[in-house]
Design a protein around this ligand. Structure first.
Ligand code: FAD
Length: 409
């Protein structure tokens, strides 16, 4: 069997690029190293798959802190509304939730994958299990690929091997090696949307505690605010995680950063002070460790008292005004020193990848090797949570699929 083109990687970007190219009339071979497609797709959105964000192309760019501008043309040609239309028209109804996050109405990622697989079959894409080792090129033009046991010729190749996070899903960074072999610059991979490690014992003492509706600020060593958010945060055995922390991680720069949590963002200092005074009056004969139970989650009380050097057994009515003020200050700004990110393997997204300056942003074609295209997370672009990363996969895959065909049907 002769193929016009080969797509390497059966994740969302690879599958969608293959469908797009095949619908244009190309004979397409999709090679996936796992014995099934879309292993990572199935765990997206906690198994529900936040497939895109119901917003404009411009808003997707604004939510892509790393190389968002590179995506201008791809998103203009394939914005979220086209993603939604694709799934709806092909038998997978969607719904929009808080923050414009779009999910399949079934609340199951498998519905998205099944829809894509049906379209792969309908478009006539050949799918094979094989791990590609090398992309072959002669005189700067793609000629095919080498897998572990054969050489397959093609006029074009789309590299869609994903990043280096969650490697058990198959995304182990193979694409970086293959792109580098062909002369591409690969920006070193690190985690983005990744939990953060903190100094000391405090986070560990509160592990398992999930806070809702808190204010979160990430500050650099000079005290400059790098990121500000409101929402959920989770304490873990190594530090902090949860949606606000994952988003903050995209902005972490340099040593000495701190995460500052406002436990009571709805209350000004004076109101919080009044509230604390009421609690202390109500529980005046209790020990301090039992007097804050209405104000704070139980596992946080020992941490707060330790920080303020308040004896937990001290009676509530003995608390000095000065210590009470310090309590207000602490609850409005519980500061944790960040010591680093968790490893890239634990990150939702890989930051880094094939340098965008070496890719034509309209066609996703390599500026170094003719007939080589890129799609999805293998490119050095990454966005916040909210369906934006999958939208990048769909849009870049569409651009690559359309232009690869033009190159050689
Ligand atoms: C836990 C988790 C939850 C997430 N939730 C969301 C969400 O709800 N919404 C959202 O927008 N984004 C989410 N993401 C991010 C999203 O999953 C990725 O952005 C997306 O999967 C990238 O698609 P891709 O096709 O580029 O790469 P991948 O999905 O990583 O697919 C790459 C494929 O290439 C294959 N491959 C790799 N090397 C080779 C090789 N040498 N030969 C053949 N095949 C190879 C891999 O096995 C893999 O199947 C989540 C990520 C994680 C980890």
């Amino acid at each position: 069997m002769n193929y016009d083109g080969i797509v390497i990687g059966g994740g969302p970007a690879g599958i969608f690029a293959a469908i797009t190219a095949a619908r244009q009339g190309s004979r397409v071979l999709l090679l996936e190293r796992n014995d099934r497609l879309g292993k990572k797709l199935l765990i997206t959105g906690k198994g529900r798959c936040n497939v895109t964000n119901n917003c404009s192309a411009q808003e997707v760019q604004q939510n892509t802190p790393r190389n968002g501008r590179f995506l201008f043309s791809a998103l203009a040609a394939f914005p979220p509304e086209k993603t939604m239309a694709f799934f709806e028209e092909n038998g997978c109804p969607l719904k929009t939730e808080r923050g414009n996050r779009v999910f399949p109405v079934t609340d199951k990622a498998i519905s998205i994958l099944e829809c894509l697989q049906k379209e792969l079959r309908r478009a006539g894409v050949t799918v094979k299990t094989a791990r590609v080792k090398q992309i072959l090129a002669e005189a700067g033009i793609v000629t095919g690929v080498r897998t572990q046991n054969e050489v397959i010729s093609a006029k074009w190749v789309i590299l869609a091997t994903g990043g280096a996070s969650y490697p058990t899903t198959g995304s182990t960074g193979d694409g970086y090696t293959m792109a580098a072999q062909l002369g591409h610059t690969v920006v070193p991979a690190e985690g983005s949307l990744v939990p953060l490690e903190t100094a000391g014992q405090d986070a560990q003492d509160m592990q398992g505690l999930s806070l809702r509706n808190v204010g979160v600020k990430l500050l650099n060593a000079k005290g400059k605010v790098l990121y500000k958010d409101f929402g959920e945060l989770l304490f873990t055995h190594f530090g902090v995680s949860g949606p606000t922390v994952l988003s903050a991680s995209c902005h972490l720069k340099g040593d000495g950063c701190r995460l500052v949590i406002d436990m009571k963002p709805a209350l000004e200092d004076s109101k919080l002070d009044e509230r604390i005074q009421r609690d202390l009056e109500m529980y005046k004969n209790r020990a301090m460790e039992n007097a804050l139970i209405d104000l704070l989650p139980r596992s946080m009380i020992p941490v707060v008292l330790r920080r303020l050097e308040i004896d937990p057994t001290m009676q509530a009515n003995s608390l000095t005004k000065q210590k009470r003020r310090a309590l207000v200050e602490l609850l409005k700004g519980l500061s944790l020193e960040i010591t680093g990110k968790r490893p890239v393997a634990e990150a939702i997204i890989t930051s880094g990848g094939v340098k965008t300056g070496e890719i034509d942003p309209k066609t996703m074609e390599s500026k170094k090797v003719k007939g080589l295209y890129f799609a999805g997370e293998v490119i050095d672009c990454d966005a916040y949570t909210g369906g934006f990363n999958l939208q990048i996969a769909w849009a870049t895959a569409y651009a690559a699929g359309i232009s690869a065909c033009k190159n050689g049907v």
